[in-house]
Design a protein around this ligand. Structure first.
Ligand SMILES: Cc1ncc(C[n+]2csc(CCOP(=O)(O)OP(=O)(O)O)c2C)c(N)n1
Ligand SMILES: [Mg+2]
Length: 386
């Protein structure tokens, strides 16, 4: 009997009437961790990464943090529509993305630095958050896309993985999703397809505890998100998302399995320290105490203590890493600002080769309106965004 079969056959304690009732208590889901919150770890459990790679993990985590800070700042100055900060999720984001190969496909929600790790520019990321479509076109050159419509990329990734399977590709298709996305119909359809066809699809779920204002415990009756995978016939790993080495280890293991046609769902348990986006006010739905508890689990601090224990901290010049990223951001912003003003026509441009008549009519009406009332342009420019 496999482990999973034996789990299924554990009888419930009382009152199942002899029908083999399965309950949430019948399944125990461990959470993989390498470095404890107090910084202790078993050296044997550390993934086989070179000193340079271990330092790179730190640099990328800091990149993620600085990028989020700068983006929130320029949004506050009115230079960006909106932005979703990833502060607090750096270990989850970087540990996972560090395992991917350039030929893999990557569809993300709340994870922007993985694009940079594949060669996308900060300028394009700024364009994206300004609503400029050329950014996605540029990301596609690195097999990457951002999905804003929650869960919409899950069936796409299953479909991509199906194509890869048919082509016998040596790569995986990856969907970064949030806890909220697991409640969409698209998740059901996409993950089910991956399980049914044994597709090379990797589902990396960042359980950051919230779908905007909705806490994960209110969103689902399931004890963990990882366990949902089993119902689709795919494997799962639950990992401490504040521990970059554990995330790397988990996703590396997952990726190897996925490549061989065993889809895996990884639940990374983390926390969004900032607002959902710059349009959100989290004080309306969560306590400061809770935020402070998670501030104390800062993933960058935990990893720094690991690097100190390994004698690698002396190789890292934190301040100069931050300076470099700030400079890269300044230059990216200056380049993004050079983009010429966009026209309304572009809103209609990227879906159809030939515009359907109803959309043509809307475009003409919109252009006529702007011709007649040019002040509407200012209104579009100044309306609250988000
Ligand atoms: C289909 C769809 N419905 C609603 C929204 C509005 N919305 C944006 S983010 C979000 C919550 C997402 O939560 P989660 O999946 O946990 O991702 P997180 O933002 O926490 O990373 C919602 C409902 C959307 N973008 N797409
Ligand atoms: Mg979430």
């Amino acid at each position: 009997m496999s482990d999973r079969e034996s789990d299924r056959r554990v009888p419930s304690a009382v009152g199942d009437g002899g029908v083999g009732l399965l309950t949430q208590a019948d399944l125990s889901v461990p959470t993989h961790q390498i470095v404890d919150p107090d910084g202790s770890y078993d050296p044997e459990a550390v993934p086989d990464l070179s000193a340079e790679e271990l330092c790179d993990l730190y640099r990328w985590m800091v990149t993620d943090r600085v990028f989020s800070r700068r983006m929130v700042n320029i949004q506050r100055r009115g230079e960006l529509g909106t932005f979703g900060s990833t502060r607090g999720q750096e270990a989850s984001i970087i540990g996972s993305a560090f395992t991917l190969e350039p030929q893999d496909w990557l569809y993300v929600g709340r994870a922007w630095t993985p694009m940079f790790m594949r060669g996308a520019s900060m300028t394009d990321m700024i364009h994206f958050w300004r609503g400029i479509e050329t950014a996605q076109q540029s990301f596609a050159k690195q097999n990457s896309q951002i999905a804003i419509s929650i869960g919409s990329h899950i069936p796409l990734v299953a479909g991509l993985a199906w194509g890869m399977q048919l082509d016998d590709a040596d790569a995986v298709a990856t969907a970064y999703i949030g806890d909220g996305a697991t409640s969409t119909g698209a998740a059901h359809e996409g993950i089910n397809l991956a399980g049914a066809l044994s597709l090379p699809a990797l589902f990396f779920c960042q359980n950051n505890q919230y779908a905007i204002s909705l806490n994960v415990e209110e969103q689902t009756g399931a004890k963990t998100l990882a366990q949902k995978a089993l119902a689709y016939g795919i494997d799962a790993i639950r990992v401490d998302g504040q521990d970059v080495l554990a995330v790397y280890d988990a996703v590396q293991t997952a990726r190897e399995r996925v490549k061989d046609g065993n889809p895996v769902f990884v639940e990374s348990v983390t926390y969004r320290l900032d607002a959902h986006t710059t349009s959100d006010d989290p004080t309306r739905y969560r306590d400061e105490e809770e935020v402070q508890e998670w501030e104390a689990k800062d993933p960058i601090e935990r990893y720094r203590s690991f690097l100190q224990s390994e004698g690698l901290w002396s190789r890292i010049d934190h301040d100069s890493i931050v300076d470099d990223i700030e400079t890269e951001f300044d230059e990216a912003l200056a380049t993004a600002d050079e983009l010429e003003e966009r026209r309304v026509r572009e809103l209609f441009a990227h879906v159809y080769d030939e515009l359907p008549s109803e959309l043509s009519r809307q475009l003409e009406a919109f252009e006529a309106l702007l011709e007649e009332r040019p002040e509407m342009d200012d209104y579009i420019e100044q309306r609250p965004k988000g």
